[in-house]
Design a protein around this ligand. Structure first.
Ligand SMILES: Cc1cc2nc3c(=O)[nH]c(=O)nc-3n(C[C@H](O)[C@H](O)[C@H](O)COP(=O)(O)OP(=O)(O)OC[C@H]3O[C@@H](n4cnc5c(N)ncnc54)[C@H](O)[C@@H]3O)c2cc1C
Length: 398
């Protein structure tokens, strides 16, 4: 295999988008994935408007929209009293070609990108190939893989993108450190065939439900409803995920004779962390390898895809002769968004949902209500929460 290529670790949405952009710019790519096939478990399911606008450049927005559920509206609710603020993304019709959130499982995007990459003559996709170490010199990088079938392999390339998720081996090899905090509760994600919209007529397809005792989130996809429930970290996993415990918690959300049909159940630990650097010479980090946040607001995967577009643009320019100092701008731009937009907004969302102090809680919900009622504030809020503002502000970052 020629050294004249970019190596990418991790075939999640971020690695796959980066690989597609590079390959379609004529840069040979080898993409390595630890698993034997692409994961299809329950992960992100929200695509924000600017992410769809970006994917449109690859011709992928329309097929994704076809597989998903268009959600122009979403809301904050009070568990006891109902809707507090309903936001309407159609107000952004002059700002984006996709003035809605699309509810669609992330694996559907991953699968489309994989199918496209498999047809590309300059792309090698290796499954069951776990990156374990990386090193670099003035000319290139070497990536060591442990193969699921046994043995090791070393690949060489000009640059290495670490898109290998939260536990990134590439990040560790680059010496980058995640800084931030771990959220004390676990996040339990469930999906059910039950049609919440039929019993709660004022419910939008995305709803954040605030409650001082137990907040939760309801998200509709094309075929199922998903619930996100906070769970004490000391609850043993076999209890937390047991049928009896899940049925009991679902009854608290909406009592129903006969119980619920559960399709998926996953519990995961959530962090609010950002890598101290995204660029270490020829090794570049993107997506969850570079930043982690809670899912309230659906910004993790979207921010990762925005990283991939930003990084690919700069890598293509450097490949064609631009100064590699350009990578520094990638880090300054995208790290700033991770810290000042994604982390700040997701922590604010969590604080609004789980606030126990009645005065603070009332003030936060009143502020959301007032925001939704004032057209200018409503639009400004949507520009931030849909991540359009953070992309427009990038030009001001040197
Ligand atoms: C269980 C779970 C549930 C989630 N739920 C939500 C949610 O409800 N809402 C939300 O907004 N976000 C959610 N997220 C976060 C969201 O899925 C991520 O932000 C998004 O997947 C980031 O994409 P990525 O490509 O950076 O990383 P990933 O999607 O994590 O992809 C990384 C890929 O790298 C592979 N890999 C890992 N290590 C190596 C290695 N050493 N060598 C080679 N390959 C490797 C992995 O198998 C994986 O395919 C969830 C994440 C998890 C883990």
């Amino acid at each position: 295999m020629s050294r004249e290529r970019v190596l990418i670790a991790g075939a999640g949405p971020v690695g796959l988008v980066a690989a597609t952009l590079l390959a379609e710019a004529g840069i040979p790519v080898t993409l390595v994935e630890a698993e034997r096939e692409l994961p299809t478990d329950l992960r992100a399911s929200t695509f924000h408007p600017p992410t769809l606008d970006m994917l449109d450049r690859l011709g992928l927005a329309a097929p994704l929209v076809e597989q998903g559920l268009i959600c122009p509206q979403w809301q904050f609710r009070d568990r006891a009293t109902g809707p507090v603020a309903t936001f309407d993304l159609s107000l952004l019709k002059d700002e984006t070609a996709h003035p809605f959130r699309l509810q669609c499982e992330q694996w559907r995007l991953a699968r489309m990108l994989r199918d496209r990459l498999e047809q590309h003559p300059d792309v090698t996709l290796l499954y069951g190939a776990r990156a374990t170490a990386a090193e670099q010199d003035a000319d290139g990088v070497r990536l060591t893989l442990t193969l699921a079938g046994g043995g090791e392999e070393v690949l060489e390339g000009r640059y290495l993108i670490g898109a290998d998720g939260a536990h990134s081996a590439v990040r560790k090899a680059a010496g980058a450190v995640m800084e931030g905090q771990t959220i004390p509760e676990l996040f339990l994600t469930l999906s059910t065939t039950f049609a919440y919209h039929e019993v709660m007529p004022d419910l939008t397809s995305i709803a954040y439900i605030s409650d001082p005792q137990e907040w939760f989130v309801l998200l509709r996809t094309a075929s199922l409803w998903r619930l996100l429930l906070p769970t004490p970290q000391d609850e043993p996993e076999d209890v937390m995920l047991s049928e009896a415990r899940i049925q009991a918690r679902m009854q608290e959300v909406w009592p129903r004779a006969g119980g619920y049909e559960i399709r998926h159940r996953t519990a995961y630990r959530v962090h609010e962390r950002v890598a101290d650097r995204y660029v270490s010479g020829r090794i570049l980090l993107a997506g969850d390898a570079a930043h982690l946040n809670n899912p309230l607001g659906g910004m993790g995967m979207n921010g990762g895809v925005h990283d991939a577009f930003n990084l690919a643009e700069k890598l293509i320019a450097v490949w064609r002769g631009a100064d590699p100092a350009l990578f520094g701008r990638y880090e300054r731009q995208r790290r700033k968004v991770a810290l000042e937009v994604v982390q700040a907004q997701t922590l604010r969302n969590r604080a609004t949902l789980n606030q126990r102090d009645p005065e603070v809680r009332r003030a936060a919900l009143d502020d959301l209500r007032a925001t939704a009622e004032d057209p200018a504030r409503h639009k400004a809020y949507l520009m931030r929460s849909s991540m359009i503002a953070s992309l427009r502000e990038l030009d001001s970052v040197a």
